[in-house]
Design a protein around this ligand. Sequence first.
Ligand code: TYD
Length: 147
Amino acid sequence: MPNKIYSVEDCRLIELPKIINHSGNLTFVESGRHLPYEFRRVYYMYDIPGGAERGGHAHKECHEFLVAISGSFDVQVDDGRSKRKFHLNRSHHGLYICPAMWRTLDNFSSGAMCLVFSSDLYDEKDYWRNYADFIADITADDRGVQE
Ligand code: TYD
């Protein structure tokens, strides 16, 4: 469990630098500078079929930042009490998602690509993949019961 109790209000859009050039634009991300954490892993989702839904999990410790590097999609975040929905459609904007946040990605446009900057290396033990387990742990945390 993360030490802090996070809420959907901690999730926010972050604007990245954009170097505009008549030959094309350029955006960069520096670890610890543009994001509120240092990132250790980058992964991306692509060739996403129409109607697909991704995510459907929460991380215990991982902070993540999602960018629609191409096309667009929706991200719903859920802290077990409230939900917020974001539409990502710009290569120089991204969504910061704090730990303990159930996320669902859908409404992918044709050719959409999702680039993710993650604070940790891949570790399956960092996942909640069952919503009921996530809610049970978050609720226990609300009562001050730490595992
Ligand atoms: P998952 O995180 O469930 O993807 P999504 O966010 O789209 O639901 O990961 C899908 C599969 O890929 C799962 O079997 C774990 C594996 N995976 C890795 O091996 N390394 C990684 O860095 C990531 C993100 C996933």
